[in-house]
Design a protein around this ligand. Structure first.
Ligand code: COA
Length: 231
């Protein structure tokens, strides 16, 4: 059973007003994690919030919220809009920019430090990776584009995220960084649900009754958790 009571909320321009109180803590957390801890100094800003040019109305956020507290998040930006890969790191993608209605770019995935590495059950991070796959399948995406550090690749391999490199890794500030496309499909979503012992979709779509999406079914045929490959 999940060892977290986190709910994963979809937050988009249509329902952002319901989550306005979370945005200031969210941008401050990003500053704390990316600028102060990870020392990505290009993101530094004097107001102590990490906000960039991709935090527009088009951005979709997954907020992991537990007892009213934001404990993790992820951002997805449609590739028809400017993205990190198209505007900042185009040289990572040998095939040229990804601009497709069925592909979103993922970025800024984080879990607050005190909720990382929870090996006893589904980690908040794993919940976010399952939730974004659910989001993609629900709205008809076929892939996610990501600029990532190469240490993610074995992690993706372990959980069954199928990542296809778009170019060679580059060294940046001591990090090995590359661009990938990750398949977004129902089989991967089901497998992730199996790994974390979830038999129902995990996303909360508060205030989003009007958007065009496919309601995903409960998964009654999952093998028992003992037979699954949680990392
Ligand atoms: N460099 C290399 N490896 C890293 C890493 C980094 N910056 N951050 C995490 N890892 C590896 C850890 O070594 C660890 O490996 P292990 O379990 O084999 O020891 C594994 O990833 C687990 O990481 P951990 O931080 O314990 O927790 P998690 O799996 O619950 O959460 C993240 C993973 C990435 C969500 C979390 O580390 C985080 O929020 N980091 C800060 C934000 C960030 O850098 N996001 C990625 C870029 S957007």
């Amino acid at each position: 059973m999940p060892n977290t009571h986190a709910e994963i909320h979809v937050v988009r321009k249509d329902n952002r007003h319901l989550y306005e109180n979370y945005f200031d803590p969210y941008f401050r957390l990003r500053y704390e994690i990316y600028v102060k801890q990870r020392k990505w100094m290009a993101l530094d800003r004097p107001d102590g919030r990490e906000i960039d040019q991709f935090d527009t109305d088009e951005a979709v956020y997954l907020f992991a919220i537990e007892a009213g507290q934001l404990i993790g998040a992820m951002r997805a930006v449609p590739t028809l809009s400017p993205t990190l890969m198209s505007d900042i790191f185009p040289y990572l993608n040998l095939r040229g920019p990804v601009r497709r209605p069925d592909i979103y770019e993922l970025s800024r995935v984080f879990v607050i430090p005190e909720r990382r590495g929870e090996h006893a059950g589904p980690r908040v991070e794993m919940l976010l990776l399952t939730a974004i796959m659910e989001y993609g399948v629900s709205i008809g995406l076929t892939a996610f584009s990501i600029v990532l550090e190469s240490w993610w690749l074995p992690r993706f391999e372990r959980i069954g995220w199928k990542a296809h490199p778009l170019g060679l890794p580059h060294q940046m500030d001591g990090m090995s960084v590359l661009a990938v496309l990750v398949d977004c499909d129902e089989a991967t979503w089901k497998s992730l649900c199996g790994q974390i012992g979830m038999s129902v979709p995990v996303l909360t779509w508060r205030g989003l009754g009007d958007i065009n999406r496919r309601a995903l079914p409960a998964l009654s045929l999952l093998p028992p958790p003992a037979a699954q490959h949680a990392r």
